[in-house]
Design a protein around this ligand. Sequence first.
Ligand code: PHE
Ligand code: NA
Length: 501
Amino acid sequence: APARRETFSSRKLFILSAIGSAVGLGNIWRFPYVAYENGGGAFLIPYLVALLCAGIPLLFLDYSIGHRFRGSAPLSYRRLHRAAEPLGWWQVLICFVIAVYYAAIIAWAAMYAWFSLTKAWGDDAEGFFFGEYLHAADGAGLSFDFVSSVFFPMLAVWIVTIVIMVAGVNKGISRANAVFLPLLVVMFVILVVQSLFLDGATEGLNAFFTPNWASLQNPGVWAAAFGHIFFSLSVAFGIMVTYSSYLKRKTDLTGSGMVVAFANSGFEILAGIGVFAALGFMSVTAGKPVDEVASGGIGLAFVAFPTIVSEAPFGAILGVLFFGSLVFAGLTSLISILEVIVAAFQDKLGWSRKAATLVVTIPIALISLVLFPTTTGIHLLDTSDAFVNQFGILACALVTVIVVSAGLSSLPRLQKHLNLTSSIKMGTIWRILVGGVVPVALGYMLINEIQTKSTEQYSGYPAWFNGVFGWGMAGALIVGALLLSLIPWSDKSKLEDPEYE
Ligand code: PHE
Ligand code: NA
């Protein structure tokens, strides 16, 4: 008989792990800039609307599917309906692409924590990052020359992650989150306090919070809010389905979800304060207005922050706290992404935890270690992120909600399940939000994305590069998902609906 499915030993550990997944690089380097660019203080309104009308309802949808059908994404969707299995594999493949490059960013951050103590970046942090550190090739040539200063920290990231994953849900994932998440919060709070004492912090905070009310009339601002919430809560790509499949049968799903969602948002707002206080310092030191020094993503983390670290009092401490936070926030997200893939193969092929983990994670680690510690690595990362993370997840989320709500009419059944043991009951409004508001918002954003991606040459890369690594990969995931669905399940009895009292 197949081994019983492991469960989180407590609801607290599930919540901790779900927060660990949700709180990622996006909270630290994405949210502050998105908010600043889209109305500052006024952004809070579309943000809250998106959180309440789309993010949380979709989070509950993921929970209801994972918990009701008690399986990895492909198994849960398959149990929902036999035709829905490819949705699960699509999510698995998206997680695969993200995992492959996420590890590289964590590795850079780990190196930068060390550099904060040992290097003075001076005022050419940008040249240092792309040149001396990454050895990035000009343009998007496929040179793939080996870069050892990226390889070794990446190897370390993969070893740590694989060791955690092999240990399983309780001994590995829960424990890692129980250590990394509190550590992250403590480090980050100290970082924010330190930033608030920097010269210019007030200017930075003013820039961040000053509301631009006119922005509320701009549909792009609303799209940015919805887009950020989907990404930030890690909804609709299998993660929350997988984690909630490990919950005990009697669990307060909606109550837990609220804790996760608000913890994630709280962390983002805290990050906005810390990041903009530090950018205020940078603006005062450089004698430039805040909008000229503000940035997000890789530019914020690996160009602006190193500059701040070089110039701020106790900059080395600031650097260790900032890059250390990126490492811990990233690791807990990477673990959750990998778990989607491991669980899927474990279910489909009937492997043991250990076998599934090794057979899945080692090849992923190897692919990641071959592609990214190279002079082409950053370009690949840029393109995969743009096409899979920003475009692919929207498409996948849209198709998933349409199939589940309109295609299979599953919402009443899932609503019933949510209300079975949960403290906060879902009414008709939940079905309206998931089946109506969410698809409209996702559809609007997707059309927008397709337009920008096909009209602008993305990041100035040649058309063939975007063609192969962007559109090609986004399409390959769909084909791959269909093919994976055709592989037979090792144990057909698994496909039966688990009994639910
Ligand atoms: N939700 C994470 C964040 O806000 C990002 C993430 C993406 C996590 C994909 C897991 C998977 O940073
Ligand atoms: Na997040």
